[in-house]
Design a protein around this ligand. Structure first.
Ligand code: SF4
Length: 323
């Protein structure tokens, strides 16, 4: 059967809320085509750019802020959306301004927001979030404390310390829906050693963070072959040897499952020492759903998603994959 191309970012470059089966079967909102952080391991941002280029051969691959006029006129919203799927909502100054506007609209309409970012939470963003903090469910990506590694792997993202500053500001907000650190995607042999994990857990727990979401990188065959040609990445790439069952039907590879389980058990023990709950993502490896790990990676989905199922709504909320 011929595979249908699923459009993510709209051709008219308007931001729009869309259903995305690969994002925990939920609704997502991107505010840019492409992402200014340019993480080497990113699957979704390059894919969106590739699909856009198919229809716009003149597109050069730059990060384009999406227009907000149609979104700002929208009257109906799903009860929860994920910002953002193939970009960072705080990717650069222009996007930060768009994010403030988008959050204003969403919070006015009592939409719960899963907000995942490695960017800078400036005062304007924080003030907006403080209007209805209970609707904000925030995860900060923090995978390695080594800025030299980050400069190569996440070249456009802020430093480790600046991301810690974000956590400090966010944990001071009273009544925030929830706040977690996302130690995901871990690069085997680069990020998953005790010294790094202990450093992160020590730093974030001292700032009041109570949950850490762990995950290993998953890559396409093509990306793995490219990484094998990059100095210092070869061993990491070679260890991504096992086809991994994810929520998407893409062919993706990660570390062997038995190694992953042992590593996760070890990370869970370290988390316990710091009073941090360890969780992981069952969408990135569906076998985790049959383990004792907490595999629903958003506390909101664990506790509250079910209450928003409404058969009469045009926004379908799915829960069966979370059982
Ligand atoms: S921040 Fe997220 S969306 Fe942006 S490049 Fe990195 S992984 Fe991709």
């Amino acid at each position: 059967m011929e595979k249908k191309i699923i459009w993510g970012i709209s051709q008219d470059l308007q931001a729009h809320i869309r259903y995305e089966p690969n994002a925990c079967k939920g609704y997502v909102l991107d505010l840019s085509l492409g992402c200014s952080h340019h993480c080497l391991y990113c699957l979704f941002s390059p894919l969106e750019m590739k699909v856009y280029k198919l229809h716009n051969p003149q597109y050069k691959g730059d990060t384009i802020p999406l227009k907000l006029d149609k979104f700002l006129m929208q009257k109906e919203f799903p009860p929860v959306i994920y910002m953002s799927y193939s970009s960072d909502p705080l990717g650069n100054e222009t996007l930060i301004r768009s994010t403030v506007k988008a959050l204003h609209k969403l919070l006015d309409n009592d939409v719960n927001v899963f907000f995942i970012s490695k960017g800078i939470f400036n005062d304007e963003v924080l003030e907006e979030m403080k209007r209805k903090p209970h609707l904000m469910h925030i995860q900060i990506g923090l995978i390695n404390a080594d800025d030299e590694r980050n400069r190569i792997i996440e070249p456009g993202a802020p430093s480790y310390n600046r991301r810690l500053e974000n956590l400090q500001k966010l944990s001071a907000i009273e009544g925030l829906g929830n706040l977690a650190v996302r130690i995901d995607p871990l690069l085997p042999l680069i990020d998953d050693h005790d010294e790094n994990i202990i450093r992160i857990l020590n730093d974030v727990s001292s700032l009041g963070v109570k949950e850490a979401v762990f995950g290993y990188v998953i890559l396409t065959k093509g990306m793995i072959e490219r990484w094998k040609g990059i100095k210092n990445m070869r061993a990491c790439a070679e260890s991504l040897s096992e086809k991994t069952p994810t929520i998407s039907d893409q062919e993706l590879f990660s570390i062997p499952y038995d190694v992953k389980i042992k590593k996760f058990e070890h990370f869970r023990e370290i988390c316990e020492e710091y009073g941090v709950k360890m969780s992981c993502c069952g969408c990135k490896d569906e076998r985790l759903k049959n383990t004792s790990f907490e595999w629903i990676c958003h506390p909101f989905n664990r506790k509250r998603r079910k209450e928003f199922i409404n058969e009469d709504s045009k926004f379908r909320i799915e829960y069966t994959h979370l059982k």
